[in-house]
Ligand binder design. Structure first.
Ligand code: HOZ
Length: 426
């Protein structure tokens, strides 16, 4: 038994399933998870002494790679002044100023501690602002483990076969309408038949929790138009895409401005953080100005603010997006070509530094197509990669992330490893 296996055996006795977030347990790909001892740049070092090229990047936040010296120094500097104040601090104002400058929809922003808190609070705010109860979400989109959003959810919920979680009262779930992504007619019909009842429509503009699914031309624009016509708050969940595809997220890339935006991951520079923001007239409904209550002992934590500000400033000064996109394109087109040459049905959707693998012969634009992909092929591919020193997500419903610490050597090594992994297909 190696060190990771020994740790996992012990963890299982103390932590449900041995993990603090389900997808880490390798349940769908099989086998036992490795434990990470240390991470640096584009690499993880496991407790067993193996070095892995990392395409999970702590599920998105590590856009600068692991342990970036500028972020580490910013945290160390903040640490020397205290770990938590429970009063307003100057870094919170700087963070709010940066987010409002970079994200087109945001005039005011409230910090919280996770993406889940961000989407949960944005939904409550939309309900408080509109005085309506119902919410539209899309099959396969995952917005954290918020009760009313754990209905046909993606990510770990889908991976483990519980897209509708136990523990969510039927009465809560009945306020959530689930529609197919990339189908404007379904949205138009639902808005018409529930006229005056829908508070919000929440969407990952580029869904990345059931693999990566890209919107059809005009789809996001159509959602914007329909929401405006029906007085529905359009919420973009940019927890994954925010600051990753460009400084202003999908809303900047597409020119579609949501009413509210949920953020997380990169804005914490690797520390726990979330945020939601939007127009003043909506945001000012929050306590202490308005009747919608939302709070947090550690919200705006000085260490998280310091790490996040350093991360955002690095993105502003280095603008790594073009290089990240080039690496993304090399990996996705290289992999796609190798699979085609071998007659293996594989789709590798990619945008910027995000990509995923669907072992399927069709272009995947819908949740059902993602579910119909050959997941057992992904699982074999995953283990072959891991054995060769490369880590992709331990679930075919997740998305791979590239960091600016990845370079040409990583990309060519990655393609070599992918080629060997494909050669194991009989
Ligand atoms: N929110 C992450 C992306 N799907 C997954 C992280 C987790 O579930 O542990």
């Amino acid at each position: 038994m190696n060190e990771s296996q020994a740790l996992f055996e012990k963890a299982k006795k103390l932590i449900p399933g041995g993990v603090n977030s389900p997808v880490r347990a390798f349940r769908s790909v099989g086998g036992s998870p490795f434990f990470t001892a240390k991470a640096s740049g584009s690499r993880l070092l496991t407790a067993d002494g193996n070095e892995l090229i990392d395409y999970v990047c702590t599920w998105g936040p590590a856009i600068h790679g692991h342990d970036h010296p500028v972020i580490r120094e910013a945290i160390a500097d903040a640490l020397s002044k205290g770990t938590s104040f429970g009063t307003p601090g100057p870094a919170e104002v700087e963070m709010a100023e940066l987010i409002a400058e970079l994200v087109p929809s945001v005039e005011k922003v409230r910090m919280c501690n996770s993406g889940t808190e961000a989407t949960m609070s944005a939904i409550r705010l939309a309900r408080g602002f509109t005085g309506r109860d119902k919410v539209i979400k899309f099959a396969g989109c995952y917005h954290g483990h918020v009760d009313s959003l754990l209905v046909k959810a993606g990510s770990g919920a889908l991976t483990l076969g519980n897209p509708d979680s136990a523990g969510v009262p039927k009465s809560f779930a009945s306020e959530t309408i689930v529609l197919p992504f990339n189908n404007l007619d379904a949205v138009a019909k639902s808005l018409a038949s529930n006229a005056g009842q829908i508070a919000a429509l929440i969407v990952e503009p580029y869904p990345a929790n059931c693999g990566l699914i890209l919107p059809n031309e005009g789809y996001l624009k159509g959602l914007r138009k329909l929401c405006t016509e029906h007085g529905v708050i359009l919420i973009f969940d940019e927890v994954m895409t925010g600051f990753r595809l460009g400084l202003g997220g999908v809303q900047e890339e597409t020119g579609i401005t949501p009413d509210l935006t949920a953020m997380g991951k990169i804005i914490g520079g690797g520390l726990p953080v979330g945020a939601f923001g939007g127009r003043c007239e909506i945001m000012d409904c929050l306590a202490p100005l308005g009747p919608v209550y939302q709070a947090g002992t550690l919200s705006g934590n000085p260490l998280a603010m310091a790490a996040g500000i350093a991360s955002l400033k690095l993105l502003k000064s280095e603008s790594p997006y073009q290089r990240l996109n080039e690496m993304g394109k090399q990996i996705s087109s290289g992999l796609q070509t190798m699979a085609k040459d071998r007659g293996i049905p594989l789709q590798v959707p990619q945008t910027g530094s995000m990509f995923c693998l669907f072992f399927s012969d069709q272009n995947v634009t819908q949740f059902e197509q993602a579910v119909a992909a050959r997941h057992e092929h992904y699982n074999n591919f995953f283990h072959s990669c891991l054995n060769q020193g490369l880590y992709i997500p331990p679930s075919s419903y997740e998305t791979c992330f590239i960091s600016s610490a990845h370079g040409a050597e990583d990309v060519s090594k990655t393609l070599e490893i992918f080629e060997v992994a494909l050669s194991t297909f009989g």
